[in-house]
Design a protein around this ligand. Sequence first.
Ligand code: PL4
Length: 407
Amino acid sequence: MAKINQNYQKLSAGYLFPEIARRTNLFLNENPGVQVMRLGIGDTTEPIVPSVIDGLHKGVDDLGAVDSYSGYGPSEGIGSLRQGIAEFYNENGASIDASEVFVSDGAKSDSANIQGIFSEDCVVAVQDPAYPVYVDSNVIAGRTGLSDENGYKGLVYMPCTEENGFFPELPKGKVDLIYLCSPNNPTGAVATKEQLKTFVDYAREHKAIILFDSAYCSFITDPALPKSIYEIEGASECAIELNSFSKTAGFTGVRLAWTIVPKACVAEDARAGVLHSLWTRRQNTFFNGASNIVQSGGLAVLSKEGRVQTGNQVAFYLENASIINEGLKGKGITTYGGGNAPYVWLKTPNDLSSWEFFDKLLNECHVVGTPGSGFGPAGEGFFRLSAFGHRENVEAAVSSIANNLEI
Ligand code: PL4
């Protein structure tokens, strides 16, 4: 008799983003003809830049000629793309070898799957609030108990609050896996080198592993802020980094990402090289490689022209963030983030709960955002707006908030 994975029953609610879509659709059914402005899901909206479209076309054309046709590729990714990604890191002072780069179809799947190479009894620490995949994947893997209003039992929440500038203190006790995300989803905060160094030192001391999500690193404009954890000395001994082409190049629907597992990375029972071998084995067994067409597009993103064109697009989204920030501040709302990140994190007015503010914003302004509590207990009382919309949509949303939000 088959039995199900009972850990799924522990998941406290539906996955956040489908829940937002469900509530929005309900509102639209009840209010036919109303145009909603979507600043909820962090999904890109601008077309892919011309040099990258050329790269994607090249990938298609290569499949149409006998000399350039390719079938299954290595599950770790094509050599030239792995090399290009390693060079991208090494330009900023890291020392990554192409063999340490694992190309994939998404940072979402990698960030959910990476916990699978670690022991079931690892104690997991997450920034609170955080991208929900880190928590849910560990719940499903059985590393937590049930949840209540304070979160899941057995999980170590590291609150990111106004008081600590949205970067957490070190865990009090010993933890084994630490999820960090910078620029942060949802708060938009970016960790400094000094802040990351405290975690790298902790991880090396406790033989813990940092799982560092840098999916939004291309939004960092301040040269003093680190784009990768490998800019911190000693990080290659204790950190695995996840990154993606999704937000940099508009690849949210195209699907291309990567994970770096340095050979120097060590765990309590794993000498140098072992974690790298385990992730190789995991990917070889579970994954058949990213699409060859898409990897050709990824090479174009890394080209000189590709970097300039995608850089301009990132700057465009950052301008959106600035428009949102200014508009909300003009309304007297306290905001954070947005400067080096595509998310604006606002404090809900009049102590409204995150979901109360979601309903208010939708009903009064026809604007969809993301409730902070969906990212963890410390997100309660906050709300996230995404800067990935079309300019006219962002401007219309800001103007509707200015004119219609009653506070
Ligand atoms: C909605 C910190 C967005 N359906 O596109 P990927 O898989 O390479 O990257 C996903 C990802 C990874 N790491 C972080 C992210 O914030 C995201 C994407 N997050 C959001 O609005 O928070 C899209 C969410 C998508 C999902 O469930 O991921």
